[in-house]
Design a binder for this molecule. Structure first.
Ligand code: GYE
Length: 324
């Protein structure tokens, strides 16, 4: 009798947990189907990345997803190791932001053979076999590059001389570096006066941006515009420009991509001239897609993030309420 009612109580409380969406305390309870996700992050190279990691971690918690998180320190071999370890641990789903575009087929095939679905977050792979992953969630980087280029075209409409542009690229071989370059080059074709006179990778870091800009300044006395593939590189470039006795935003104009807090602060202060937004807040959509994939529902093969652009005036207006 007593035993029976205990079982009934246990069963009832399990039901309650399920009704609450199985968050938190349901872990380890038989019969609950808490999702385990292995997430192989690129690293912690930028403000964008830090915000992205936070978004994924917070959304996992909210969605009741058990998140196994790894930081590859911008190295593909570390990411491959992390993915292999998730396969070994038999996680339900693997999500990752590939540091570079190529070289993923082998490990993705291993995940497929193990029947573990993969979701690409933020960055793309160049595999021709689209069955190696379920969907790709992230920004349209070509479009971002175009928006940056369009601003330069508009800003230098009345230039009578050649406009010398230097480009600080993101991580070599990464989707955002490849695509932002492509989009920017496409846009500036609109005015033959616009010339990219130097282009190098700053690896999406502030120190990288600073180093590259120092070298650019040494070799080119007449730089008009910096196009940095992310805010952090632009912030590093500001340090180099100031150290060279020039005024960022005036003597040399700066266009960047991301719109993280530090970038937006520099934009409000007039040190950056224009920022194209790239949203790192991908966590909620990622958890949603993972749940759908695991429930056998169909998901679009591409989910594009919505984003905007900011002038200095617009940055001043939104800075205080910027969440990251
Ligand atoms: O723009 C940059 C980060 O992949 C979109 O990576 C991301 C880029 C982002 O390091 O700041």
């Amino acid at each position: 009798m007593f035993k029976k009612s205990l079982i009934a109580v246990a069963a009832a409380s399990m039901l309650t947990l399920t009704a609450c969406g199985g968050t938190g305390s349901a872990a380890g309870t038989a019969g609950t189907d808490k999702i385990t996700m292995g997430f192989a992050q690129v690293g912690a190279e930028s403000g964008w990345r830090t915000a992205n990691t936070k978004s994924v971690q917070e959304s996992a918690k909210k969605a009741g997803v058990d998140l196994k998180f790894s930081d590859a320190q911008q190295k593909q071999e570390n990411q491959i190791k992390a993915i292999r370890s998730y396969i070994q641990q038999k996680v339900d789903v693997i999500a990752f932001s590939p540091v570079v575009e190529s070289g993923w087929d082998t490990v993705l095939k291993e995940a497929k053979t193990a029947n573990i679905p993969v979701i690409l977050t933020d960055r793309a792979v160049d595999s021709s076999d689209k069955t190696l992953y379920k969907t790709f969630l992230g920004s349209d980087f070509v479009e971002e590059g175009k928006k940056a280029g369009d601003w330069v075209v508009e800003d230098s409409k009345s230039a009578s001389d050649t406009v010398n542009i230097v480009e600080i690229q993101g991580t070599t071989g990464s989707a955002p570096a490849n695509d932002r370059k492509e989009g920017f080059e496409e846009a500036i074709k609109a005015n033959p006066k616009l010339k990219i006179i130097a282009s190098q990778s700053g690896d999406f870091t502030r120190s990288g941006g600073k180093q590259v800009m120092e070298a650019f300044l040494k070799n080119n006395p007449d730089i008009d515009v910096v196009f940095a593939h992310n805010d952090d590189e632009g912030l590093g470039a500001i340090e180099a420009i100031e150290a060279a006795g020039k005024v960022p935003g005036k003597d040399i104009k700066i266009v960047t991509i991301d719109a993280v807090k530090d970038g937006m602060t520099a934009l409000s202060n007039g040190k950056i001239n224009f920022i194209v937004e790239c949203s790192p807040m991908l966590g909620d959509q990622l958890m949603d897609l993972a749940k759908k994939v695991l429930a056998g529902e169909s998901v679009p093969e591409r989910v594009v993030t919505e984003e905007t652009t900011f002038t200095q005036e617009q940055a001043k207006q939104v800075l205080a309420s910027r969440p990251y």
